[in-house]
Design a protein around this ligand. Structure first.
Ligand SMILES: [Zn+2]
Length: 396
């Protein structure tokens, strides 16, 4: 099977290179936003969507209009337009919200699909219009190089090198199957009784973040003090996302190593995290409670967790099975009686027919496991299982 993998390293740029990279990222952001504004205006006028090729054909005219765009690498600008095109594809397929404008200071990245050279022996990389740059090498890149993404975050610059390589389809070392119930109180409860406490990375840093944001808002915009305050806000954001990534990677690695088959509820995080406020005709219920729940869901990164589980299991020769979340929390594992009254509270399950009692999350996980195994049994009878592969594994 083809294994896609990304290797991420910190760059060691000098001042000139840092300025250049900021400019290139700015140009890509500008092109993305300009194209998005065009699509928006077009849409409001009831006109057809502008496809990527048509949009890319507008680039030369934009460069003549705004000569500073010419300084940025062309392929990076084209890739920014491809990104927007993908965002729209996801929006049209109802997988994502309408694309939003990229904000300065929050999206500092650009990609080279080609034209780069990697010199691993000397820990350096040649990037178009930037020249040779050294990076902190933590491990060797493996596989055929596909593309390089340069990104700035919290004052540091990184390269993420995507590779592809052909590997033998592995056989999982374990034959265990497990079901997982995702929750708020416990991030994940496994059907074998183990559980993972939530890593509320955001909560821990929330007070610090709010303080830093307030300090920033009191400063005069674009002043030196404001720039320093903004750097601090960005640094905290980076710490939050690093802590979250570590937490999710640890959890998904452990589970995918220990179990060959992992069943998980097919929760539509997109729907769950959509605004609970509702509309004027149909106002939402429990708006505040839901807003809190939504933030916790996003904070804990369920979507990302599932994505990681899926590719890590595939790499290890295992399989992730998603099951519809119908009745997983209300079915009695002993007598299979289904009732809303079986769940007496958030934490406790008590069957109204046979009296079976247990932790509600554990009951959920056991039901998810059973549904997952049933689903696999169906696959064996006919359909071939779909082993989707996701490209990003980050080795920082
Ligand atoms: Zn029962």
């Amino acid at each position: 099977m083809l294994q896609l993998q990304a290797f991420k390293y910190e760059l060691i740029p000098d001042g000139t290179r840092q300025r250049d990279m900021r400019r290139f990222a700015g140009a890509c952001r500008f092109v993305f936003n300009k194209a998005l504004a065009l699509q928006q205006a077009n849409r409001e006028a009831g006109k057809k969507y502008i496809r990527y090729v048509e949009m890319a054909n507008l680039l030369p005219a934009w460069k003549n209009e705004l000569p500073w765009l010419k300084e940025a690498p062309s392929q990076a600008l084209q890739h920014a337009l491809k990104n927007l095109d993908r965002a729209f594809t996801n929006f049209f397929a109802k997988r994502a919200e309408f694309p939003c404008f990229k904000k300065r200071g929050y999206s500092n990245s650009f990609r080279f699909p080609q034209g780069f050279r990697l010199d691993q022996a000397n820990s350096r990389i040649l990037l178009p219009k930037l020249g040779w740059m050294r990076y902190r090498k933590s491990r060797d890149v493996q596989g055929e190089l596909r593309n390089v993404t340069v990104s700035g975050d919290g004052g540091k610059w990184f390269i993420s090198i995507q590779t592809a390589r052909e590997v033998d389809k592995p056989v999982h070392s374990s034959s265990s199957a497990v079901g997982i119930d995702m929750g708020i109180v416990r991030f994940a409860t496994l059907s074998n009784g183990e559980f993972i406490e939530p890593g509320n990375c955001f909560k821990q840093h929330q007070a610090r973040l709010r303080k830093a944001q307030q300090a920033m808002s009191r400063k005069k915009k674009f002043s030196n003090n404001w720039t320093r305050a903004r750097a601090r806000v960005q640094k905290i954001h980076l710490q939050v996302s690093n802590a979250r990534r570590d937490f999710l990677h640890k959890a998904s690695t452990t589970i995918s190593k220990n179990h060959a088959i992992v069943a998980i509820e097919d929760l539509q995080v997109n729907n769950m995290s959509r605004s609970a406020a509702g509309t004027v005709q149909a106002p939402g219920r429990k708006v505040r409670a839901k807003a809190g729940l939504n933030r916790t869901i996003l904070d804990q990164g369920w979507t990302e967790f599932r994505r990681q589980l899926e590719y890590k299991l595939a790499w290890a020769g295992g399989q992730l099975v998603a099951v519809p979340p119908i009745n997983t929390s209300r079915t009695c594992p002993q007598c299979e009686h289904i009732s809303v009254h079986n769940r007496t509270s958030q934490a406790q399950f008590r069957c109204v027919r046979c009296g079976f009692e247990d932790n509600a999350d554990l009951v959920g996980a056991r039901n998810v496991r059973r549904a997952g195994l049933a689903r696999i049994a169906c696959q064996v009878n006919g359909e071939v299982s779909r082993q989707q592969q996701e490209p990003t594994e980050v080795a920082a």
